[in-house]
Design a binder for this molecule. Structure first.
Ligand code: GLN
Length: 201
């Protein structure tokens, strides 16, 4: 019998903090590749879009034909996708006041840089009941939050009433950056989701 190929999670590596995601997944024993081409999109079981600058990542995605490649796998094959911060913005259907490029796969509206200038960056404990106790340490860097979500979107976590973590089936998004902490639970949660989806297909 052929040896079973292990789970491979790709990290979109156009701009932003992709290397930290890769390190975190590696620490969990998950094989990763950095994704910069449609061919690499085709080679992974799941994908992470990191934080960074969503307009820049969007432009580069378009330039390399990655937006279409990712959109197709996510919508036609239900490839699991996790976006942190700028990644969440790029997954959203609507971005308040912006016509920038987005994948538009997640049924939410987001507001960018939504916590205001004075508190551009901050940390806060975010209860994520799906992950149990204790809460995760949310690192927010010029973060967005979700202002509207379809009924099929599960709000996983909030900060002062604002939705900052969501799941819609195979799609996961956080406004904060778990990859910048030592807490691997969000990545482990995504890896489990990816493994489950892979075993189903
Ligand atoms: N403010 C950035 C944007 O709108 C996101 C910041 C981040 O990813 N840490 O794209």
């Amino acid at each position: 019998m052929a040896e079973e190929k292990g789970l491979v999670i790709g990290v979109l590596a156009l701009q932003g903090d992709f290397a930290v995601h890769q390190k975190m997944l590696a620490g969990l024993g998950v094989e990763t590749i950095l994704v910069r081409s449609p061919k690499e999109v085709a080679a992974v079981d799941a994908l992470i879009i990191p934080g960074g600058e969503s307009t820049t990542i969007g432009k580069l995605m378009r330039r390399f034909g990655l937006d279409e490649a990712i959109y197709q796998r996510v919508t036609e094959e239900r490839m699991p996708l996790y976006g942190t911060c700028a990644g969440l913005i790029l997954m959203a259907k609507e971005i308040e006041g912006s016509d920038q490029l987005r994948l538009g796969v997640l049924d939410v509206t987001v507001a960018r840089n939504a916590f205001g200038r004075q508190v551009e960056s901050f940390e806060a404990n975010i209860a994520l009941p799906e992950l149990g106790e204790p809460p995760v340490r949310g690192v927010f860097i010029r973060a967005p939050y979700v202002t509207k979500a379809a009924e099929s979107v599960q709000a996983l976590g909030r900060f002062e009433e604002k939705i900052v973590a969501v799941r819609q089936g195979h799609l996961l998004g956080t406004a904060f950056h778990p990859e910048l902490t030592d807490d691997t639970r969000v990545h482990a949660f995504f890896a489990a989701l990816a493994r489950e989806s892979r075993n189903r297909s």
